[in-house]
Structure formats: structure tokens, C-alpha cells
Design a protein around this ligand. Structure first.
Ligand SMILES: [Zn+2]
Length: 300
């Protein structure tokens, strides 16, 4: 067994890869369900701790980096195909999962836990998105926020042998009450910068076009929000990654910065609570964390 001290060092080393370049973003806006689709200014950050505060200010202008993230799964009939796609393009992602998919002893729950274990084996990170995806700033659900966060962390740990390191609020909900809850848990919520509202439009072409439009003019680093519970999104991902490859080929001749698909390690907290004992999958996760950043993105 690897000792806690060693695990701490591994996690800290992984987190220091990009230390100081970017703080985890917080969503400062209303629930996404209320937000209409509208083109965002080039490279603008729509999700920050303080509305209007840019998340990419410290990055060089000539960098264009995107991190793919997927919320609301796992979907046993969709996520496995996505895992294959991500492998094909050499992309590592974060799955912010909801425990209602994988709690209990029924077959679907067991299958969902296995999908998460497979994601970890392939180098992806599992993040906490609460058990039931309630709007936590709502009066009724604020009281349940602690339980929603804790219980989901427990369910994830039961499934993959490790508590989640990252958290995203459902709907990106942000209010001072939920901030206090997150502070008590020592959690910095992860937001996003590019939101094609794939859950709402459910149209592969529109999702692809929206993401390409924003990546085309991206400067700095952006987090892309997608949902692996919709077939239209699963179909959009290989199209987006193929477009990135083609676009990068074109840019070889123009001198524009390549679009790099980056992994999640720059978001990892520097100090983490590590469970005293990890099962074999927890060890697999730590192996990935200890590796140097790939940053190879969609180049394979
Ligand atoms: Zn969600």
C-alpha cells in the first residue's frame, strides 16, 4: 500500500504542474437552464468567482487551450462510446457525476459504477455533481446541500475507491449560502467558459458549430461544458475533435497558436485529504496524476 504521505506528494506534484496560472473557475451566473444561447465574446470567461472577472488573465495571449468536461452521467448506454472516442483522440476529461445513476444494488447502478471504474482506468477524473442534481441555491434544497455533496462523495468513493477531488454545482448555481457550504467543505467549485447548451438543443450540428465558433477565436484557456447523457452530444465530440485536428493542420501554415486539448490536472487542489487506504482503482488514478502533463490533446 502507498502511504498517505506519498499520496499527498503525488497529488501536490500533479497540482503544481500549472500552479499559479489559473484558479479554478466558479460559476457566477444563473442556472444554465435560464440562460439563452448567445455567442460569447472571444475567449471571454462566462464562469468566474466574481462575475466579469476574467479567468484567463494570466495566460499568454498566444495560447489556446481547452479542457473538455462532461456532466450529469454516467449514462450506461452512452458514456462507454464516449470513452472510446476520447481514447481515439488521446483526450482526458472530467466526468462530474450524479449519484442517483449509481446508488443501490440494481443492475443499472452496478453497470454505472463499472462505467466510472472504466473511466478511471482510462485516465479520466470523476468529479462530484451531487446525488440528485437539485438547484442548491433554492430554499428547499439549500438544507440538503451538505448531504447532497457528502453522500455523492461517498457513493463515488464506494464505486472507484477514492473521494472526488473536484466539484461542480448543478446548474452552476452560485449564491452566498452555497458558497458558505462549499467553504465548510473546503471546495472550490469548477465552472466553465464555453457552454453550447447541448442538453437543451440536443442537436449535434448546432453543438459542433457553437463549440467550433468559440474555439476558432479562443485565446487563453477555456473549460468546455458538455453532457454525456445525450446521444447528440456523444456524436458531437468526435466531430469537434476532428475539427480541432484539421484546424491545427491549417494553423501550421498560418502561425496561429495550436488549439491544445489539455487535461484536468491544473485544476487539482494542492492539499487533499487522501483516504488511508486505496483500492486498486484509487492507485490507478494516482498513477495518472503522477504522470507529466500530456497536453497532447487531439493531436493523435
Ligand atoms: Zn448538471
Amino acid at each position: 500500500m502507498v502511504s498517505s504521505a506519498v499520496l499527498f506528494v503525488l497529488a501536490a506534484a500533479a497540482a503544481s504542474v500549472d500552479a499559479g496560472t489559473l484558479a479554478p473557475t466558479l460559476d457566477g451566473g444563473a442556472p444554465t437552464s435560464a440562460a439563452p444561447i448567445s455567442p460569447m465574446p472571444t475567449g471571454a470567461a462566462s464562469a468566474t468567482g466574481t462575475p466579469g472577472e476574467p479567468t484567463k488573465a494570466k495566460l499568454p495571449e498566444k495560447v489556446a487551450e481547452v479542457l473538455f468536461t462532461f456532466d450529469d452521467g454516467p449514462a450506461i448506454d452512452k458514456t462507454p462510446e464516449l470513452l472510446d472516442t476520447l481514447d481515439r483522440f488521446g483526450v482526458k476529461t472530467i466526468f462530474f457525476v450524479n449519484g442517483w445513476h449509481f446508488q443501490g444494488t440494481n443492475k443499472a447502478a452496478e453497470r454505472a459504477r463499472e462505467v466510472m471504474r472504466e473511466a478511471v482506468r482510462r485516465g479520466h477524473l470523476i468529479g462530484n455533481h451531487t446525488v440528485h442534481h437539485y438547484f442548491l441555491c433554492g430554499k428547499l434544497y439549500l438544507k440538503r446541500a451538505d448531504a447532497e455533496i457528502d453522500q455523492n462523495a461517498e457513493l463515488i468513493e464506494q464505486a472507484i475507491g477514492m473521494r472526488p477531488l473536484l466539484f461542480r454545482t448543478p446548474y452552476g448555481s452560485h449564491c452566498k449560502e452555497i458558497q458558505a457550504v462549499l467553504a465548510r467543505h473546503g471546495i472550490d467549485a469548477i465552472g466553465w467558459d464555453i457552454d453550447p447548451q447541448d442538453w437543451r438543443v440536443k442537436n449535434t450540428k448546432k453543438v459542433v458549430e457553437y463549440v467550433e465558433h468559440h474555439l476558432k477565436t479562443l485565446r487563453g484557456r477555456a473549460i468546455l461544458l458538455l453532457h454525456d447523457v445525450h446521444a447528440t452530444t456523444i456524436a458531437a465530440v468526435p466531430e469537434i475533435l476532428t475539427w480541432i485536428n484539421d484546424e491545427n493542420q491549417r494553423r501550421l501554415h498560418t502561425g496561429e497558436p495550436q488549439i491544445k486539448v489539455i487535461d484536468y490536472r491544473y485544476l487539482l487542489p494542492k492539499v487533499q485529504l487522501v483516504p488511508p487506504a486505496l483500492n486498486s482503482l484509487g492507485q490507478v488514478m494516482l498513477k495518472w496524476l503522477a504522470q507529466p502533463p500530456a497536453n497532447s490533446g487531439a493531436t493523435r
